[in-house]
Design a protein around this ligand. Structure first.
Ligand SMILES: NC(=O)c1ccc[n+]([C@@H]2O[C@H](COP(=O)([O-])OP(=O)(O)OC[C@H]3O[C@@H](n4cnc5c(N)ncnc54)[C@H](OP(=O)(O)O)[C@@H]3O)[C@@H](O)[C@H]2O)c1
Length: 366
């Protein structure tokens, strides 16, 4: 049995990870709530049996009523499931999944809570999708950002190193200053220009220094059909306004959380299947190509109109970063080179426009 702990399971990436790795029907039982996670797979297949240890796999050592997932074979997690008998353990800060079901409670800012949870859950793999992601607020709360983003990866790594477990951790384009003109490679010099970026870079160093088997996946410009993100903000504003002003001099690769989750599932299926440490390390994981926020907004509106999510396309005016001051400085050039990930794990990273069409298509078919 391989036990996979996912922190931040209500976040954009955490939620999609749970979906990619679990594909399981909602569990029924005391304290589990009746509405389930709302996965299409589950709704279409309400009577599918659970794999693994059956219902006992859904009961934590300390008591009942906490949701666990035993994954089913289809989809991107197929190889992982085939090679390992997996138990997926979602954790959130509140102890509740979206929809109200109970799950493990893990607050990354509370090291006592974290330590006790790790000892009790004994994961073989920790996927740390939780993070302090309020980029502007981090300028006012650098200590909290540092504790969650900078210190916790080292704590997770130290626990994993002591117990022979592994850690997959997400980092960001914000570890770079954005002064480059070519896509950043993994070993390019880092130089964060915000408190958030500094905290995430500290987390990378802490995990590397912990001695744990690890993967650090740097991603960028994350969006999803749910949660707080640029896509959802644009769709809301597009309904409310006929004109918008959007920054045109920051360049990056919009990357769906579902793509990050699917690629993570493929990568860990291979990585956890091998004992050699040569593939451990840092990788860039973003959609291919690049655009500006303004280009992203226009692409969103075109596709959303085509998919009938909007009745008209608002006019988008390009502005400069200087015209839209924010508390935190953002890198002007956020393009990451994902060649190393493709070459090492053979994963497909579609163009950002194709990825966007897929997400909007899924939103319109709901
Ligand atoms: N979003 C982006 O554009 C972007 C870009 C580059 C890299 N990344 C990285 O990608 C990863 C996933 O980001 P995301 O977009 O999925 O972030 P997100 O949607 O903001 O989710 C972050 C999750 O972390 C949880 N969290 C925050 N503080 C916590 C704490 N003290 N204890 C436990 N959980 C806590 C939040 O819980 P609550 O729901 O309770 O607040 C939230 O569910 C992060 O490492 C992030 O740094 C994101």
């Amino acid at each position: 049995m391989m036990r996979i702990l996912i922190t931040g399971a209500n976040g954009q990436v955490g939620y999609e990870l749970l979906r990619a790795l679990s594909k399981s029907p909602p569990l029924q039982g005391e304290g589990l709530g009746g509405d389930g996670f709302g996965f299409g797979f589950a709704e279409e297949n309400p009577t599918l049996p659970l794999r693994g240890r059956g219902s006992e796999a859904n009961t934590p050592p300390g008591g009942g009523g906490v949701r666990r997932f035993s994954p089913l074979p289809p989809g991107e997690a197929e190889r992982l499931v085939r090679n390992h008998n997996c138990e997926i353990i979602p954790a959130t800060r509140s102890g509740r999944l979206e929809g109200g079901s109970a799950c493990e409670t893990i607050d990354l800012a509370d090291s006592n809570n974290l330590s006790a949870a790790l000892d009790r859950l004994a994961p073989d793999l920790i996927i740390n999708a939780a993070a302090y992601t309020a980029v502007d607020r981090a300028e006012d709360e650098p200590e909290l950002a540092q504790r969650i983003n900078g210190d916790t990866p080292g704590f997770l790594g130290a626990w994993a190193a002591r117990h022979g477990a592994r850690v997959v951790h997400y980092s960001t384009d914000y570890v770079f200053d954005g002064d480059a003109t070519a896509p950043y490679r993994e070993d390019d010099a880092t130089h964060p220009v915000s408190a958030y970026g500094r905290s995430k870079l500290a987390g990378e160093f802490a995990l590397r220094d912990s001695g744990a088997r690890h993967l650090i996946l740097r991603t960028a410009w994350v969006y999803a059909a749910r949660g707080h993100n640029f896509l959802r903000t644009m769709l809301r504003l597009g309904k409310e306004r006929s004109e918008l002003r959007v920054v045109d001099d920051q360049i990056g690769a919009p990357t769906p959380a579902s793509l990050i989750a699917d690629v993570t599932a493929q990568v860990i299926a291979q990585w956890c299947g091998g004992e050699q440490t040569s593939r451990d390390g840092t990788y860039h994981l973003v959609a291919s190509g690049h655009t500006s926020w303004c280009g992203f907004a226009r692409a969103i509106f075109e596709r959303a109109r085509y998919a009938n999510l909007l009745h008209r396309i608002p006019e988008v005016h390009a502005i400069r970063t200087a015209d839209y001051p924010t508390k935190a400085t953002r890198p002007a050039w956020s393009v990451l080179d994902s060649t190393k990930l493709r070459d090492t794990f053979g994963v497909d990273l579609p163009d950002w426009q194709a990825a966007l069409s897929r997400v909007i298509g899924e939103m319109s078919s709901r």
